[in-house]
Design a protein around this ligand. Sequence first.
Ligand code: HEM
Length: 144
Amino acid sequence: MESANAIEVVINDLEAIAESHGDIVPLVYQRFFDVSDDGKMLMGHSDIHMQGRMFEQVLELLFTDDHFGPGCYLQWELENHLDAYGATPSMYQAFFEAVVSVAKSCLGEDWQLTNAEAWQQRVDQILTEVTAYEASNVGQSASI
Ligand code: HEM
């Protein structure tokens, strides 16, 4: 699926979820902590305001491709997260699994193959950057 189509589906889904379930953020973090002990250890202390600010940036990445690539927002944020906060690629994997799983359960019967493909497209874009960042970083450390 093309990015533009995937973005449209994801935005529509999130609007529908906001109408039916209100704020998705607590659900996402609860699910994240359920599936990632490491993630919970690192972020379990965070309050809803911090979680909300982080999720706002996650939405930015779901809603546009503008933040991918060298020198763009996601790389800068990965530097903070992987190098400074101690987040790991598997935590990213778990976090986005949680996001998609919450979206899927909130939409219930409205979750169809198109929705699954659209969310997968967005998440794959982000996780591809995470993997690439990690790979280039490991290379750098190994050469020191
Ligand atoms: C693409 C995904 C993510 C984005 C865009 C993102 C973005 C952000 C942002 C903007 C903040 C600063 C919030 C603020 O205090 O104003 C933050 C903090 C943080 N994030 Fe993420 N984040 C992502 C994924 C993750 C994952 C998977 C973890 C793993 C546990 C994580 C762990 C943290 C931690 C530990 C902090 C700092 C908390 C603190 O200061 O107490 N983030 N994130």
